[in-house]
Design a protein. Sequence first.
Length: 318
Amino acid sequence: MRIIGTGSALPDKIVTNDMLAGFLDTSDSWIRTRTGIETRRMLSTGTLRDLAYDAAMSALESANIRGSKIDYVICSNVANSYVSPSLSSILLNRLGCKCPCFDLNGACAGFIYALDIAESFLKTGRAKNILIICAEEPTRFCNWHERETSVLFGDGAGAVVVTTGNNLMGIRVTADTHTDVLYYKRSMERTPYDRVEERTTPLVMIGREVFRLAVSASIKDIDTLMKQCKVTSEDIDLFLLHQANLRIIENIREHLGQPKEKFPTNMQHYGNTSSASIPILLDELHKEGRLNDGATLMLSAFGGGFVTGAALIKWSQI
Ligand code: UT7
């Protein structure tokens, strides 16, 4: 696999910590010191479909390829207002794509899961060009009367185009059942025969437990991948980690013993955008010219499930 295009799109609406402190029992200083987040973007007048479209178009332009040349569209999305059809189906015609598509839910690790699947399609010759779109609106899962989760998230979309190549040095995805620490339960229609009372709930998160799982799982993924690929943390130029909490990234960084400059972050501006966080960061670094030809990138993410994923990539100039 080789990444040949990147794109991202964020809603215009900027929501500061102080704005949240206006109606929640929280403060700018608590949110900054506990998470690193200063502002987040939230969908207000637009839709997730538009955001996903903009990110995808920007990735196609960056790859200098038309939608009609794409052989598969994979969309990573935890939930949006449509249960069916998939977000990728909704976008397909607008993007000019005439190929199969599907959505996957790998929670915040969805981008790494999508890369893993794309690599298999490329290896077996099922596809040559694949468009991966990660589009998320986690702010719509939260209880906005409670401070615990609503301050953490932001909406956004990131996309990449991948083609055949030798730049994926290694990839690892994992899953384990810890469904009680992070979940969002929506309602379904009742049938005349349904006798099970199911309680729905906005996003529930046992923050400290997720924090602990996140740090240990990411460290394990990164260490395992480095060993498999016979590289050390010194050999890695940039660590692009899931943008959930600056303190989680600090814990991983301390374990790896690498300088802060190797851990670019943007959660300060966007909050946690779920599976979109790494492709948004990748697009920003690419467009800012911070990805040198031949640079070694370690990507690592974790999310509800509990699922995790890491990928080691050699960057070639687009
Ligand atoms: O991609 C999804 C994955 N999710 C994550 O990665 C989240 C992982 N967890 C975290 O990032 C952190 O656990 C949080 C940021 C969610 C919480 O930080 P913490 O340092 O673990 O705080 P805590 O949950 O232990 O709470 C400490 C205190 C509590 O008050 P008491 O019991 O000490 O009086 C909370 O009630 O902070 C309180 N608190 C808040 N205070 C102000 C919790 N949320 C807030 C808030 N504003 N928004």
